[in-house]
Design a protein around this ligand. Sequence first.
Ligand code: ADP
Ligand code: ASP
Ligand code: MG
Length: 460
Amino acid sequence: MKFGGTSVGDVPRLQEVTAIVKKFLDKQPIVVASAMGGLTNVLLDTAQKAVERKTGEVNNAVAAIRERHLQIAHSLIHDYPRRAALIKEQEASIDELTSLYHGVSLLRELSPRSLDAIASFGEILSCRQIAAILEENGIKAQYIDARTIIRTDDTFGEAAIDFKYSNKSINRALTPIVQSGTVPVVTGFIASTDDGLTTTIGRSGSDYTGSVVGAAMNSEEIWIWTDVDGVMTADPRYVKGAKVLPEISYREAAEMSYFGAKVIHPKTMVPAIEKKIAIRIKNTFNPEYPGTLISAKPTNGGSSAKTVTSIGDLAIIAIEGNGMIGVPGVSARIFTSLARAQVNVMMISQASSEHNVCIIVPKKDCATGVSVLKDEFSVDIAKKIIDDVSVKERVSIVAVVGEGMIGSKGIAGKTFDAVAKANVNIIAIAQGSSELNISFVVEESDAKKAVQSVHDAFHL
Ligand code: ADP
Ligand code: ASP
Ligand code: MG
């Protein structure tokens, strides 16, 4: 059972988590949890303040973090020795965090490696208090720092898990705990390299930790407890009439989360697929509701789209030129140079004239992308084989996803008709031959309108 930030973010939520764990104790649950809601952002923003030497703001932020956790301890732990022991450990972590901020200020240097060390405190503080709260309520529980069981490479901020090592070590550490009737409470999001440096596995990565642990333990199911009733036909914050989907396939979940459905981290499906473990999305605010079941079962019930999602903060890089037509190796050079610079390519579109190749990348990778492409093609640009590498910022990808779309006619027509009716201009289009997903690019300011209109057109 993975509990997200909102679900562990205040006293009533933590009481609910306790009730849920208690209710399912006979299933021998393992808990994986996030930092208290919003805390990871606070930790990272404060690191920025530290590097700018805004000492007063850093001190205030640390005081607020301390206060937020102490308040939980005082409200939910009444056994004096237990509370004192928890507070002592929490204080030690907060002192350590303070030293890290101090170091960042002194050096005026904030590397991805330091950011990971700083971000890790959210999950550490949160899971330690959850274990104590469970114990307080008569549930045997043990805090587990995931850095001792999950190993990654050193790509700080988005580290890749070493499954061979981690699967064994998770199993070795947690099996005896579970067998003794104790609930392990494992920190989401964080891990460590083989030489013991703290890493994180990507923002919102606790879902992924949940499935890594669930798969390593051959769990019956992986439950992701969050703050909505399940995976919905669109983001409920932006789309009127979004509905909960009772079932979706792994592939659908992966596609929609990759294109912006924040409810589950895209990598969560990977370990689950391998072990054929179903994932269930459930609501801590409405625990009786069945939620959404994500499994291998194709849900080809209809012949239509199932969800519409969008993701912003992207840019289009276009490589254009008449000289590119029919020249072999252009694409290979584009993607090899981008890969070497670790630029994440979200979508590709090339029309058959081969005159223009469009690559959609996260905004943060855009400058690097343009610079490596200009470098790679400098000779071709000089020779006018390629006109230029151009950029358009502030675009979003809208994705229409559903296995029912496979082999059914008219989906693209209906989608683009709806977008046109919303008076939105489409900048680029892509559909892989899996036919599971039609994606297109629009101005960021048009994304919401486009999503709503497509959602309405398919009566989702
Ligand atoms: P947690 O902290 O539990 O990990 P998140 O905030 O990461 O929760 O994810 C849950 C949120 O995802 C929901 O509150 C909802 O606003 C948002 N969301 C975006 N797209 C969807 C979707 N298609 N279905 C359900 N929720 C979605
Ligand atoms: N706390 C981390 C984040 O905010 C991981 C997570 O919540 O899943 O990104
Ligand atoms: Mg999340």
